[in-house]
Design a protein around this ligand. Structure first.
Ligand code: FES
Length: 102
């Protein structure tokens, strides 16, 4: 179990530490920690509302796939570090992940 940091996107202030094991998605980890991400599809990669800004640790994450890129282009077109929380599966050995959330 690792702990990952959520920062408020607008202020940069710490919002929460989220504990999660490898294999869990960021969406699931945030929900379990009482910090749910916006959604209408509940983690099914349909709505595109669960976007987060990856501020640290992005190089260790799985790459963006075409369906995620399409939703990000629609929902977060001006945020180059955005990823969908439901498409980030936490990899083994990820030491540090800092996310900006709204
Ligand atoms: S929760 Fe809807 S796209 Fe991620």
């Amino acid at each position: 179990m690792r702990h990952y940091l959520l920062l408020d996107r607008a202020t940069g202030e710490r919002r929460a530490w989220v504990a999660a094991p490898p294999g869990m998605t960021v969406y699931e980890a945030c929900e379990r920690a009482g910090q749910p991400l916006p959604t209408t599809c509940r983690g099914s990669t349909i709505c595109g509302l669960c976007h987060v800004d990856v501020l640290e640790g992005g190089a260790s994450l799985p790459p963006v796939q075409a369906d995620e890129a399409e939703l990000l282009a629609r929902q977060a077109p001006d945020r180059p570090r955005a990823r969908l929380g439901c498409r980030i599966t936490l990899p083994e050995g990820l030491e540090r992940l800092v996310l900006g959330v709204s």
